[in-house]
Design a protein around this ligand. Sequence first.
Ligand code: PEP
Ligand code: MN
Length: 374
Amino acid sequence: MILVLEPNVHPESVDYRMLTSQLERLSNISYRVHREVGSEVTLTEIYLIGNTAALTVEQMQVLPCVTKVVRVSEPYRVLGRHKQGDDRASSFEYNGVRFGQDNLNVFAGLCAVDSRESVEAMMKALRDNGQVCTRMGAYKPRTSPYAFQGFGAECLPYVFELAGKYGIRVISMEVTHESHVDEIRRALEATGNATGVMLQIGTRNTQNFELLKQVGRQQQFPVLIKRGFGITLDESLNAAEYLATEGNRKIVFCLRGMHTNMGDPHRNLVDFAHVPVVKRLTRMPVAVDPSHSVGLRARAPDGLLDILHVAAQGVIAGANMVLVDFHPEPAKALVDGPQALLVSELPHLLADIAIAREAYEKRARLAREQPSAR
Ligand code: PEP
Ligand code: MN
């Protein structure tokens, strides 16, 4: 059971103390407090654990400071969309960009940072096309230990400086170890926080529970968690719950295809049919990564690249974010060149995504107008 408290409740206030002393008197119930400090309001939720079946919503509703009581009906206690009375937010804002289940952000960028020149070419194209988000890999988990592992902390100063120069507000960047979070924090501070970072948990680390706990314990950076490529959706949603239960609620869930040769000739089997499923089960915005799903620049007879087709499939199903690999010279890219779009293809991708988004919005409107939807 979740008790949602009035905004800005002070932990030293008389009412709050009355509330906690009453909770302490409940038998076989323990509680955990989650406090989210925003720029304007502080939100507090209290999670009751134990024999909550013995409690009624009405009984908890009248306790001091409580504005809403949500009975947990999903295994994803924090992130789940519970059946009764759960109208908690399904969006968040970070560095001036809104991430929600009702909007769409495109993160086009480099799979891996390989030179200052390619970062600048990418950032400039993004600015020229009205974009404020990107992806940039500094820490790359690679199948072979002999493959390029990313420039790590060394490239962060120029990546962040150039992001500031071109008005990029959020960079999705994978971390594979908790120390990377500190490196990112320090490098950002050194540029006067010229930009923002969304920490990415890659598909190979979806069940790296210690990493999830560490990343979940900080609330400075939002997190993009990729679905594990060989585990069930439920297992991946529980992984996201690890982040949330440690305190970080600014989480985007990313579908990126499943590892099986049933998807051949694509690199992975596209799983974007799960976009509406994740939105139904949880309050997380859902991203799709057509580049790592498809993994190659094949073109259909209609002239569209498979990557564009698949991106559109995610967007027309209501995806809230699209993560796409680009490179100024894909043949020279150190990671995933075969799936990179050319920087000159950015306007086409954005226009194609806009068509799919408009179609999705029309579909959602039509569905809401149906008598059966009421
Ligand atoms: C990536 O986005 O750079 C990446 C490595 O993706 P994934 O974890 O989905 O393989
Ligand atoms: Mn990649």
